[in-house]
Design a protein around this ligand. Structure first.
Ligand code: ATR
Length: 297
């Protein structure tokens, strides 16, 4: 990964290029820290701030900020669906997921929405520390996805796009899994099957990938109770939870010899396309950055 130094705000004289994350609440967002780190590292004349926007004011506020000359925005909870409606253009992936997390304002003033969560998920797997061929793992067998919330939508769409032959969607609430599968399903894509929460261990038989997208295992949340005995030894295990960085799921998988990928990288990778669009450089992912973000978690 290479980063081009120093280009920013070149069309705005010496005005800094501005971007922001919009959420409600937004103080918990790690995006300002992440983008701020990259701006400093790259010596870019830019700013990235968190702006709290009440849900009922979202569209008006988005338009007002765009008119102020912002380059674009990240959008976080609870505005991702509203952003899909408010943008002038939305790419196919975001439309399929039903949520926008990145908005780029073009020179023509149009707001272009995309969703980079799936990209972040796949790039994080590709950067796995064991140097495994993530594309081959994804294409090589069934993927088990635990959970059917917003994060699961991005993960399922990304796995489908990356050639997963079969996705086993396991969720406590069957209706949510069904709605997700209906929204994401493509005629020529992965076969998506829906399993109940008590079936999560049988779902592991023959799987090549296991992904936790639920909040279970996160600090302060209930544990994710799952016995990995049925999981093949070569299956890759990842968790989108990154507090703690090594979740009990990842620890249990590593203990039995499965390759594991922590969830912090997904957060970092999903931010890169926006940074590049707003500030004109592809930022690097370094151990220093990971440490800086973890210190704030
Ligand atoms: P996000 O948008 O971040 O994915 P979410 O929409 O709240 O968050 O989804 C959280 C996921 O964790 C859901 O799949 C949820 O299951 P339900 O669809 O049944 O609500 C899952 N989850 C939360 N608590 C759970 C629990 N105690 N047992 C099993 N699944 C749980």
């Amino acid at each position: 990964m290479t980063a081009k130094k120093g280009r920013a705000a070149k069309d705005a004289g010496d005005q800094p290029a501005r971007a922001a994350v919009l959420g409600w609440p937004v103080s918990h967002s790690l995006s300002p820290r992440l983008h701020g780190y990259w701006l400093r590292e790259l010596g870019i004349n830019g700013t990235y701030r968190a702006i709290a926007v009440e849900p009922e004011k979202f569209t008006d506020k988005l338009r007002a900020l765009a008119a102020e000359g912002y380059k674009g925005f990240n959008v976080t909870v609870p505005h991702k669906e509203a952003a899909l409606m408010a943008a002038d253009e939305v790419d196919a992936e975001a439309r399929r997921i039903g949520a926008v997390n990145t908005i780029v304002i073009g020179r023509d003033g149009r707001l272009r929405g995309s969703n980079t969560d799936g990209y972040g998920f796949i790039e994080n797997l590709r950067a796995n520390p064991a140097g495994l061929d993530a594309a081959a793992i994804i294409a090589g067998g069934p993927a088990v996805v635990l959970g059917a919330g917003g994060a699961a939508r991005s993960v399922v769409a990304a796995l489908d796009g990356a050639g997963a032959p079969e996705i086993r969607l396991v969720n406590r609430t069957a209706a949510k899994a069904r709605a997700l599968a209906d929204d994401i399903h493509r005629e020529k894509g992965a076969a998506i099957s829906i399993l109940s929460w008590p079936e999560r261990e049988t779902a592991l038989i023959g799987a090549s990938l296991l992904v936790n997208t639920t909040v279970l295992g996160m600090t302060g949340r209930p544990a994710l109770e799952i016995d990995l005995d049925n999981l093949p030894p070569g299956a890759l295990v990842t968790d989108i939870v990154y507090t703690p960085l090594i979740t009990p799921l990842l620890a249990a998988a590593a203990e039995r010899g499965n390759p594991v990928v922590d969830g912090l990288g997904m957060l970092i990778h999903q931010a890169r396309p926006g940074f590049n669009a707003w500030f004109g450089a592809w930022p690097e992912i370094t151990p220093g950055l990971r440490e800086d973000i973890l210190a704030a978690c």
